[in-house]
Design a protein around this ligand. Structure first.
Ligand SMILES: [Zn+2]
Length: 117
């Protein structure tokens, strides 16, 4: 179950004026949805940018972009809800000259919000 947190930082102004109005929750949710949609767009843009950068990532020795991505993951051993896995080793192998190299500019892109995935 994902609990949605609603930002209430903008609400108190309605209280301080003295004319308290019931909060229109549909409006709150609409704003939240808008925010989430924007976050998701930003997230997708960042992913796309990172993918483009990775495409151009070339071998430090022969400059070839023909590479294999190797990554090794570990997990907490739980299958299903509560399962978690993380990267323990990651590098690229040049398909042309065979050297192993790391992506020094790797960017961690965090998911915009939790509960969807
Ligand atoms: Zn190479």
């Amino acid at each position: 179950m994902g609990t949605k947190s609603v930002k209430i930082s903008k609400v108190p102004s309605a209280f301080s004026k003295g004319d308290w109005k019931p909060i229109d929750m549909s409006k709150v949710y609409k704003n939240q949805e808008k925010q989430e949609a924007q976050d998701l767009i930003r997230y997708k843009k960042e992913i796309a940018k990172e993918e483009k950068r990775l495409e151009k990532l070339n071998c430090p020795a022969c400059k070839s972009i023909n590479k294999l991505h190797y990554c090794k993951r570990d997990s907490n051993g739980i299958i299903g809800p509560g399962s978690r896995s993380w990267l323990i080793e990651e590098y690229y192998i040049c398909k042309d000259c065979g050297i192993h190299f790391s992506d020094l500019h790797k960017k961690e892109i965090a998911l915009p919000y939790k509960g969807l995935w």
